[in-house]
Design a protein around this ligand. Structure first.
Ligand code: NDP
Length: 434
């Protein structure tokens, strides 16, 4: 804390990691003697820069952008870009730190990074977003590339933004290479990348339930968020026979006791991806649904919860409410959505709790597959990618069980942290003092 004053989110992520990994390090002298944990908490490099652009009224605007290159021990840096007016370096450091171990868990050769800008895409015209993205890439292009650092999307950065960013990269570099993932299907994107984080999260949850002799089929699910991760989590959970009864955004949540089926999800996709509207409009459109302004969905009774909006959206009180209502499994679609005390409560009450590092790794895994396809200059089919995604998620589940199982309960937090740690730590040991 003395080294990184005020970086609350970063401290939280490191604390969660250290709680489970420290005892393991203490038992393994090779890691302890090499001060591996201490080295891992210091990013390799951070780039901070100004992004100047012109809005529709001819005003010059200035934003701040960052790229936190956390650790490239096992592969080129990889991680999303976030556009959010409340973004801070602390948030990016927590996300970059988590990304290192998440990427390690996928089994693919990817290091960890994260970046973004304190830019608010909400309410901006397409032209303004384009000018912002082009200005940002005018600086960022020198710091990224297919063998150095490969950014992707995150909150506020979807297909539209990645397209503007990639268009500018290609123009500046005069090279068509896989330097960004989440690209459009006609210019190097992978099938299934849009769906991958949400689908992967549901596959992971199904793995946890199956391991405990249960299944998602017939379960009532509460999902938060209504962005990329939430939409495809709801879609896959519904396909597997569960009933999703909520979605949310930063203004509140909708509760639809009849279930948000495929037809209703089509409305949401259009609302969020095309019309860029608010979730409250769902309740105006579908009879039986209610919108609760300013609330989060955790007091709606459910057997499975998928927090898919943002960090720290589920606190200890929410965790207690979910446990009181009999929640069986919680799979984190968002990054660090559960506060530390809430995560402890789930583990103490033996809820099947899939932490983000493991549960939402499907997105970056398919990004890794997009890089492979770009390098090979070919495109795999939907089935190819889905099969690989399923197998990667089961493999992550297996690693979590290996390192997290004790006394008939799998502590997925411990399992994911230790499994993710070992691969990166061993590479760092092999490099000597770096
Ligand atoms: P989107 O921008 O598509 O959607 C974000 C959703 O979360 C929106 O519904 C948004 O509502 C809501 N939200 C954002 N901030 C808040 C807040 N402070 N309070 C309440 N709701 C909020 O982002 P993604 O779906 O891509 O990302 C969601 C989470 O998943 C993030 O934690 C991200 O890091 C993580 N993630 C994403 C991956 C991906 O592939 N996209 C991969 C792995 C993790 P509103 O529109 O009102 O802001």
């Amino acid at each position: 804390e003395r080294r990184n004053p005020g970086e609350l989110e970063f401290h939280q992520a490191v604390r969660e990691f250290a709680e489970t990994v420290m005892p393991f390090v203490q038992e393994n002298r090779k890691y302890k003697d090499a001060q591996i944990l201490e080295r891992m908490t210091e990013p390799d490099r951070i780039v901070i820069f100004r992004v100047a652009w012109e809005d529709e009224n001819g005003n010059i605007r200035a934003n701040r952008a960052w790229r936190v290159k956390f650790n490239n021990s096992i592969g080129p840096y990889k991680g999303g870009m976030r556009f959010d007016p409340d973004l801070t370096l602390s948030i990016l450091k927590f996300l970059g730190f988590e990304q290192v171990f998440k990427n390690s868990l996928t089994g693919l050769p990817m290091g960890g990074a994260k970046g973004g800008a304190n830019f608010n895409p909400k309410g901006k015209s397409d032209r303004e977003v384009m000018r912002f993205c082009q200005s940002l890439m005018t600086e960022l292009h020198r710091h990224i590339g297919e063998d150095t650092d490969v950014p992707a999307g995150d909150i506020g950065v979807g297909g539209r933004e990645i397209s503007y960013l990639f268009g500018q990269y290609k123009r500046l570099e005069n090279r068509f290479v896989g330097s960004l993932t989440g690209k459009g299907l006609t210019f190097g994107g992978s099938l299934m990348r849009t769906e991958a984080t949400g689908y992967g999260c549901v596959y992971f949850c199904e793995n946890m339930l199956n391991h405990a002799g249960d299944t998602l089929k017939g379960k009532t699910c509460v999902v938060s968020g209504s962005g990329n991760v939430a939409i495809y989590t709801a879609e896959k959970a519904t396909e597997l026979g569960a009933k999703v009864v909520t979605l949310s955004d930063s203004s509140g949540f909708v509760h639809d006791p009849d279930g948000i089926d495929a037809e209703k999800l089509a409305f949401i996709k259009n609302l969020k991806e095309v019309a860029r509207g608010r979730i409250s409009e769902y309740a105006d459109h579908f009879r039986g649904a209610t919108f609760y302004a300013g609330h989060r969905p955790w007091n709606v009774s459910c057997e499975v919860a998928f927090p898919c909006a943002t960090q720290n959206e589920l606190n200890l009180e929410d965790a207690k409410t979910l446990i009181g209502n009999g929640v069986r499994a919680v799979a984190e679609g968002a990054n660090m959505p559960t506060e530390l005390a809430g995560a402890h409560a789930f583990v103490n009450c033996k809820v099947l709790f899939g932490p983000a590092k493991a549960a939402n790794a499907g997105g970056v895994a398919v990004s890794g597959l997009e890089q492979s396809q770009n390098a090979l200059r070919l495109s795999w089919t939907h089935e190819d990618v889905d099969t690989k995604l399923k197998s990667i998620m089961s493999d992550i589940h297996r690693k979590c069980v290996k390192h997290g199982q004790a006394n008939g309960y799998v502590n997925y937090v411990r399992g994911a942290n230790i499994a993710g740690f070992i691969k990166v730590a061993d590479a760092m040991l092999a490099y000597g003092v770096v």
